[in-house]
Design a protein around this ligand. Structure first.
Ligand code: GDP
Ligand code: GDP
Length: 458
């Protein structure tokens, strides 16, 4: 239930400046995975206690006839799919014809819209902003995105009513560590049993035409499926419950397979926002790639979202039928080169069309889910931490040896291990990586990223 916030406005009003500011902390996360270019249009943000998806819709310049002619289809779709629109204007430039055209469009779509007058730094803001009231969209919020002034307030204003209506609670901090409890051995085991009886929410994502629908039909054809025909809106994925060999699943169908079968529904277009929401809501993401197309930027963009969300991940390289060995070799070396940095995810070569390899996907999906959600007791984590320290002493920092004291779980899906000790924040990255790999090996974590956090003191 992650809110989607769209930034709308003509060029040069400061949309990308605001976008960068909102997504900055998240950028750092993606940067941990070298080789991933970030999609500058979609980002995850955390501000004012809310996590949300922010979309920069690009600009229109107002000289065009109808708004649709200039606003790319994707941008219009983003507005449709957004929960909240931030309509940005330039307080220095004043009201323009393009602003009026955009306002008219937003009013006609009946979108929850907040007018933002940006660039109020160094000008008489109140008098500069007055004219934006005539857009007919209510209050005008003053902001200086470049300085970060008014940004948190704006998000607070814009998201709180939505969050309250949707029952989304404000988090104290992004990491949400304080909500995690510690487990004894027995509690961890009991929780594990319970978790394995819950359905695995599996999002099947991929760019258009990679074979998502074919794969879903293949899966549904082979398994006993109980489909409940929820009405749902076009902006949402379809949730399809199924069970297989004693495990419960909910397939999150971003391709709209089920809906296509209904007479009155048109075939939906691919939607990035729908995919992002599906990723947020899933335990495990199955990323489908088309072997015949190689790895495209869009594949990497979607992959970036799965990584950024910390989701367990399985990769299916589809259409592995009817291609010759040379092509297969080329695809494999490209996977190595471009996806080699994701060392945790299992890769399967499948043919959704013929069903080849599809059955083996479940093993990896279940393994990834179990790894991602497994509760581990504080004593076990502390023991592993101790072993890693015994095998390989932490280095000296300022002439003193870094001392690790204890470790406990800080979250699941992805698993987070919090390590307490003296000077731990000064540990070099190489040692942090060593520890991370040590935890990964010791806990047999497969198919999910794992995070390590360090806290000073006990
Ligand atoms: P976009 O085309 O809407 O994405 O606009 P940009 O974010 O690229 O910003 C256009 C220009 O406005 C850039 O030169 C920014 O540095 C500048 N700008 C953005 N926000 C502010 C602000 O709050 N104050 C001032 N003075 N300039 C800003
Ligand atoms: P989606 O847009 O990701 O849902 O893709 P579709 O499932 O609609 O598939 C797009 C096209 O690829 C269709 O023509 C499928 O028949 C074809 N296709 C899907 N999977 C395979 C496969 O494993 N092998 C081959 N050769 N074609 C496939």
């Amino acid at each position: 239930m992650i809110p989607v916030v769209a930034l709308v406005g003509r060029p040069n009003v400061g949309k990308s400046t605001l976008f960068n500011r909102l997504t900055r902390t998240r950028d750092a996360l993606v940067a941990d995975f070298p080789g991933l270019t970030r999609d500058r249009k979609y980002g995850r943000a955390f501000l004012a206690g809310y996590e949300f998806i922010v979309v920069d819709t690009g600009g229109i310049d107002g000289t065009e006839e109808g708004i649709e002619t200039k606003m790319a289809e994707q941008s219009l779709a983003a507005i449709e799919e957004a929960d909240v629109v931030l309509f940005m204007t330039d307080a220095r430039a004043g009201l323009t014809a393009a602003d009026l055209a955009i306002a008219q469009h937003l009013r006609s779509r009946d979108k929850v819209t907040f007018v933002v007058a940006n660039k109020v730094d160094g000008i008489d803001a109140d008098s500069a902003c007055g004219e934006f009231w005539s857009l007919g969209l209510g209050e005008v919020y003053q902001m200086a995105a470049a300085q970060g002034r008014g940004v948190t307030n704006m998000i607070d204003y814009a998201l709180t009513p939505y969050a309250e209506a949707m029952g989304i609670v404000r988090q104290l901090d992004e990491e949400g560590e304080q909500v995690e409890r510690e487990y004894t051995e027995e509690e961890a085991e009991a929780e594990q049993t319970r978790l394995q009886s819950l359905p695995i929410k599996l999002a099947i994502i991929g760019k258009p035409n990679v074979g998502k629908s074919t794969l879903i039909n293949r899966i549904l054809g082979e398994e006993r499926v109980v489909v409940y025909d929820e009405p749902g809106t076009t902006r949402d994925s379809i949730y399809i419950p199924m069970s297989r060999e004693g495990r419960e699943y909910v397939l999150i169908d971003t391709a709209g397979v089920r809906r296509r079968s209904k007479v009155h529904e048109v075939i939906e277009k691919f939607s990035v926002i729908k995919t992002l929401k599906a990723v947020e809501d899933a335990n495990v993401v199955l990323l489908v790639i088309d072997a015949r197309e190689g790895i495209a930027e869009q594949d990497l963009g979607l992959l970036g979202f799965a990584l950024n969300a910390g989701r367990a991940l399985v990769i299916a390289v589809n259409k592995w039928d009817g291609i010759d060995q040379a092509v297969k070799d080329r695809v494999k070396s490209e996977l190595d080169r471009r996806l080699g940095f994701i060392d945790f995810a299992r890769i399967h070569f499948i043919s959704a069309l013929h069903g080849t390899g599809v059955g083996h996907l479940y093993e990896s999906i279940e393994e990834a889910y179990d790894s991602a959600t497994r509760r581990v007791s504080t004593s076990m984590l502390t023991r592993i931490m101790q072993m890693s320290q015994d095998d390989h002493q932490p280095p000296l920092v300022n002439g003193r040896r870094v001392k690790l004291k204890y470790a406990h779980a800080g979250g699941y899906n992805p698993p987070i291990v919090v390590v307490h000790g003296n000077q731990v924040s000064k540990l070099p990255d190489s040692y942090k990586r060593y520890m991370m790999n040590y935890f990964r090996r010791s806990l047999k974590v497969v198919g999910t990223p794992i995070q390590l956090r360090f806290h000073e003191g006990a």
